[in-house]
Design a protein around this ligand. Structure first.
Ligand code: ADP
Ligand code: ADP
Length: 221
């Protein structure tokens, strides 16, 4: 089954800027792939269409069985709960502890507090940061902050994990650690799509690579 399907997808922003031009691909459920291409190639736009942060100008995007064009506005929160997202600048809240940052998405979704706490700790354990749960994220290193962002993204056990330049600020060793972490989530069945322009890192990972060039998918392999 496909976790993500793009069918002849075009995206032109209101400014008139074309971002995607006839993109077609499928990502199978349980697959892990990289999305690469120059700055401005359309990587972030492609991810935003999957989260419905933007809508295509033409063509169709499917997430699992769901055709996003037929998704009602009221169903968007439900879609987003199936997707975990990791950003380059992790967007942590610095007025809360590491634990609170990770538990927050569950609290917003209305989880029972004890269940939310147990899951948040399990997620922190998976990224190796359980001992830091009471710390303020500002006291952590950049790589650790990024791992908190990953724990927050996976705390609700998403079927699909998306990352936009997750290693952009990290040195090569930390970048490799972060990628290995994504590989671990993939190995337990999560579908993973990572936008990155770090070709040397991607080449070492030996996963499928989708390449965008000026909005067109020019390579898939
Ligand atoms: P990438 O993530 O590969 O750097 P983007 O998807 O961010 O590429 O951008 C693709 C193209 O769309 C670029 O030309 C960019 O300037 C343009 N673009 C991105 N977001 C917007 C927006 N909100 N409004 C207008 N143009 C945009
Ligand atoms: P539960 O007992 O609620 O099913 P688990 O103990 O199995 O939860 O998992 C706890 C945490 O482990 C989750 O909150 C999540 O962070 C992580 N996790 C477990 N399975 C997955 C998965 N398939 N994909 C992503 N994260 C997962």
């Amino acid at each position: 089954m496909a976790a993500i399907r793009f069918s002849n997808v075009f995206k032109r922003y209101a400014s008139g800027q074309d971002a995607l031009l006839g993109v077609d691909f499928e990502l199978a459920s349980g697959e892990m792939a990289f999305l690469t291409g120059h700055s401005g190639a359309g990587k972030s736009t492609l991810l935003k269409l999957i989260m419905l942060m933007e809508r295509p100008s033409r063509g169709q995007v499917w997430v699992g069985q769901q055709d996003l064009s037929s998704l009602h506005r009221s169903q968007i929160p439900y879609l987003r709960r199936q997707i975990g997202v990791v950003f380059q600048n992790h967007q942590l809240l610095f007025d809360r502890s590491v634990f609170e940052n990770v538990a927050l998405p569950l609290q917003i979704s209305g989880y029972d507090p004890a269940d939310a706490a147990r899951r948040a700790r399990a997620a922190l354990d998976k990224v190796g940061l359980l001992t830091r749960e009471k710390h303020n994220p500002v006291t952590l290193s950049t790589g650790e902050q990024q791992r908190v962002g990953i724990a927050r993204a996976i705390v609700h056990k998403p079927k699909l994990l998306l990352a936009d330049e997750p290693t952009g600020n990290l040195d090569p060793q930390l970048s490799e650690d972060i990628m290995r972490l994504f590989g671990q989530f993939n190995s337990i069945g999560t579908t993973v799509l990572i936008a990155s322009h770090d070709l040397s890192l991607i080449n070492r990972m030996r996963h499928r690579m989708l390449t965008l060039k000026h909005g067109r998918l020019v390579a898939d392999g």
